[in-house]
Design a protein around this ligand. Structure first.
Ligand SMILES: *Cc1c(COP(=O)(O)O)cnc(C)c1O
Length: 511
């Protein structure tokens, strides 16, 4: 996530009223648990493991429950309200997916279980590979990458190996538009290739003339491919994408699509049919899974037949066709020229399960509706906010859009102040200062799971804030006023998390 605005952590200034630590609660003799009778012989613990000064609280069950429920309420979550964090797709995750992921037969399956004992799980992964291939128009899919960025890494390594195998190892440049997600240039560098940045044109598309110049220039024989985020981080669909694909293919390069945000495309457009050679999906965005706080993800990759032998492994394949008596037998295989493993075992299987359940419950018509509503909601918000905020690229957007969080007649107020004030109105802030090519960017992604009333409430808050920016700018500059802490040091807050209170301190010494 780009934005740590709502996170509690180090660097906090001006704490309002913090909850007391659990260590400050309770009184001697209060007990919150009933332990069963001891059914083993009692024995003395080794003296060197015992501490006399361990200040553990003595609290009853009700106190403990209330304490932690109060703490949990200090956190903002998607189950509480709109979470329009652009590019992150913080949408409602069906609870049934969580039930599915906890089914004991799946949750307790040991990753070393042999093929015979894991046919159900392998079948599920095989189905998911097939469906993802179908949704995006690709020949083959590997589920092994653990995150979007790792899927990108896999994709660029595949492109690199493909060129090396064809005797074109000198191809070491990946073209990256300036509207790409930040992970894209980072991936290229990690994979040992060089980035060549491309500008955007006045409409926010890749500048086609600039691209054609590069493709026809001195670097032509060094172009390994292009990595493009669709829709771009401006939330815009690339209007000239077919020309872009053609120019890069003509130069001998392959096309990588950052498909983290397939909720703008699925059911409507198949990247494989647009001419892309490889793409990653973010199962933890488009296909649901709670993913705040960097929780486990899955960055599956899809490829054309030409790249299928390079996929990271293992992938699930039918190793014995079905016959009249037996269903097909599934097994794990390493593709012939695989770039190798990126993750232990089979990747994050729990994410595969949730994505499977998500697609299965929606079906193809439902998947198409997800896209239609995600795009409709974003366009509705954009259209309603255009009267109050500057929208730098006033054209239909995909699943998200960018606003300028700054007003010419309220100079002191910046995008960050608007975001902080939104917290007072009960909304999670949008993504701030990203994409980088847009000054004062607020990247807003409502997602398909919001109803009109909630979108309208967000518009009303944004309109109030625009008024406040002129009439009482200090209210914005000092926001948030309702959160447990005010402005955090945004860097320290994520680098120096305060995850535990200090039990070593004597009670009361904390202040
Ligand atoms: C989220 C995102 C990524 C990175 O995915 P991670 O799972 O966070 O590594 C890459 N590209 C785009 C467009 C994204 O939105």
């Amino acid at each position: 996530m780009q934005n740590a605005a709502a996170t509690n952590g180090a660097g906090a200034s001006q704490p309002k009223k913090l909850e007391p630590l659990i260590y400050d609660l309770g009184a001697p003799g209060r007990i919150g648990v009933n332990l069963p009778d001891c059914d083993v012989p009692k024995t003395a613990l080794p003296a060197d493991l015992l501490r006399a000064d361990l200040a553990l609280p003595e609290v009853g069950e009700v106190q403990v429950v209330r304490h932690f429920v109060k703490l949990s309420k200090l956190n903002y979550s998607i189950d509480q309200g709109l979470y329009p964090l652009g590019s992150c797709t913080m949408k409602y995750n069906p609870k049934i997916n969580e039930d599915a992921a906890r089914l004991p037969g799946f949750a307790q399956l040991h990753p070393l279980t042999d093929g015979d004992g894991a046919q159900g799980a392998l079948f599920l992964m095989h189905e998911l590979q097939t469906w993802l291939g179908e949704i995006s128009g690709f020949e083959a899919v590997s589920l092994s990458p653990a995150a979007g960025a790792q899927g990108e890494f896999a994709g660029i390594l595949m492109i690199r190996q493909y060129h090396i195998d064809r005797g074109e190892g000198q191809r070491d440049i990946i073209l990256v538009p300036n509207s790409a997600h930040g992970t894209n240039p980072a991936t290229v560098t990690m994979a040992g290739m060089s980035v060549r940045e491309l500008p955007a044109d006045a409409q926010g598309n890749v500048d086609l003339a600039a691209l054609r110049d590069v493709c026809a220039g001195d670097l032509r024989d060094r172009i390994a491919g292009m990595m493009i985020t669709v829709p771009s981080t401006l939330g815009l669909f690339e209007a000239t994408i077919l020309d872009v694909v053609e120019a890069v293919h003509d130069a001998g390069g392959l096309m990588y699509m950052d498909g983290a945000n397939m909720n703008a495309l699925m059911g409507a457009v198949k990247p494989g049919q647009l001419g892309f050679d490889v793409m990653h999906y973010n199962l933890h965005k488009t296909f649901s899974t709670p993913h705040g706080g960097g929780g486990p993800g899955s960055g599956a990759v899809g490829v054309t037949a030409a790249l299928a032998p390079y996929l990271p492994g293992p992938v699930v394949a039918v190793i014995e066709e079905e016959n009249e008596q037996e269903p097909p037998l599934y097994g794990l295989v390493m593709p012939e020229k695989s770039i190798g493993r990126l993750k232990a075992f089979q990747g994050n299987f729990g994410m595969h399960l949730r994505a499977y359940a998500y697609i299965r419950v929606y079906g193809d018509a439902g998947i198409r509706d997800v896209t239609r509503y995600a795009v409709l909601n974003a366009n509705y918000l954009r259209a309603r906010l255009m009267a109050t905020y500057k929208v730098p690229y006033p054209r239909y957007c995909g699943h998200e859009f960018v606003l300028e969080g700054h007003f010419d007649d309220a100079e002191d107020v910046h995008a960050l102040d608007i975001s902080k004030r939104l917290m007072d109105y009960g909304f999670h802030p949008p993504t701030n200062y990203f994409p980088l090519i847009m000054p004062e960017a607020l990247l807003i992604e409502p997602t398909e799971t919001e109803v009109k009333e909630d979108l309208d409430a967000f518009v009303a808050a944004m309109e109030r804030i625009a008024e406040e920016a002129r009439s009482e700018p200090e209210t914005l500059l000092n926001a948030p006023h309702t959160a447990p802490v005010r402005r955090l040091d945004e860097v320290k807050a994520v680098k120096e998390l305060v995850l535990c209170c200090a039990p070593a301190l004597p009670i009361g010494a904390r202040d």
